[in-house]
Design a protein around this ligand. Structure first.
Ligand code: UDP
Length: 323
């Protein structure tokens, strides 16, 4: 298939593009390079530098494509609480502009990168797709708003869409790892501290109702996430229905303190820690049940241990002389 990957120069998008190319798909990456990196795009893919607000460029990129993986977004929980207007515009308004352009181009298959943040502060763990969605930050709210448009577009226009609700992506492929500027995500921040690129790590709150008081998250390897996109596209190509799936490793998840411990063990370096206040919009625990995607698409994570995930990110940093 010819597949357009919006946001395909970003952290997760670049690994999705790699995985699609490896499976023999023709890939067009559409990315404005605001947060993405030109050199993250696998050479076999065609890069179109453009913004979702640029209708003409988007139209050009979509021409002849059979499916879209939509990953271009603003995705920082804290920022979304400070500046919701930015999030509603990028994630909802421009997302709907993409759906319009897809209709015009007669593209009826979409894989959408959604998030565990659609669940808010869940009443039970692990979270299932049928659990209540009640976002407690604007990021989750905008991702949910877009998801909720999809069944209506399916009914009226025949669009079929798989929404993948990522829990915490981490780790690196051979080629691509996480490099945001500024970095806000825990695993790269902890590894930067281990590498001496930052003085310490601030733990955002240790008074949560969790075993050690710090937030618990479900870390999933970025290559496993990318494999799920390929599986979702294959299912759509085979005529499969619109669906939403959680993507995590399940289990008990890992606390912020556990991530720090694993990072110390993996790197053999000391990491200094400061305690800070809670970050707005952070639920105490987010752990996925990925039973639905296992059952329906045969997806399961292959790299479940945090050691393997953090280790791949550390080795990627070392290969790039960042550690
Ligand atoms: N976190 C932290 N210090 C940091 C960055 C993150 O304590 O410098 C915590 C954050 O509060 C959350 C967890 O680490 O509980 C994972 O945060 P991240 O931003 O990596 O992902 P999110 O869960 O927001 O998608």
């Amino acid at each position: 298939m010819r597949v357009v990957v919006t946001g395909g120069a970003g952290y997760i998008g670049s690994v999705v593009a790699e995985e699609l190319v490896a499976k023999g798909h023709e890939v067009v990456v559409f990315d404005n390079l605001q947060k993405g990196h030109r050199d993250a795009v696998v050479p076999e893919a065609r890069l179109v530098v453009g913004d979702l607000a640029d209708r003409e460029r988007l139209r050009g990129a979509l021409r002849g494509a059979e499916a879209v993986v939509h990953m271009a977004a603003d995705s920082l929980v804290g920022e979304s609480v400070q500046d919701p207007a930015k999030y509603f515009r990028t994630n909802v308004v421009l997302g709907l502009a993409l759906l319009d352009a897809m209709r015009e181009a007669s593209i009826d298959k979409l894989v959408f990168s959604s998030t565990a943040a659609v669940y808010g502060d869940p009443k039970r763990q692990p979270i299932e797709e049928t659990d209540e969605t009640e976002p407690n930050n604007a990021y989750g709210e905008t991702k949910l708003a877009f998801e909720r448009a999809l069944p209506w577009y399916a009914r009226a226009y025949g669009l079929r869409a798989v929404s993948l609700r990522y829990f915490n992506a981490a780790g690196a492929s051979e080629r691509n790892g996480e490099r945001h500027d500024p970095e806000t995500h825990l695993v790269p921040i902890v590894l930067q501290a281990a590498a001496g690129a930052r003085p310490d790590v601030t733990v955002f709150g240790d008074d949560y109702a969790t075993p050690d008081g710090t937030c618990v998250r479900d870390y999933v390897h970025v290559v496993d996430l990318a494999r799920a996109h390929v599986a979702a596209l294959d299912a759509l190509a085979a005529g499969g229905p619109s669906r939403a799936y959680n993507l995590g490793c399940g289990g008990a998840g890992y606390s912020v303190k556990q991530v720090l411990e694993v990072a110390r063990a993996v790197t053999g370096r000391d990491i200094s820690v400061k305690l800070g206040p809670r970050r707005a919009g952070d639920p105490a625990v987010l752990v996925a049940s990925s039973a639905r995607i296992a059952r329906e698409l045969g997806w399961a994570p292959t790299m479940q241990s945090l050691e393997a995930i953090v280790g791949s990110a550390w080795r990627w940093m070392q290969r790039r002389d960042l550690a």
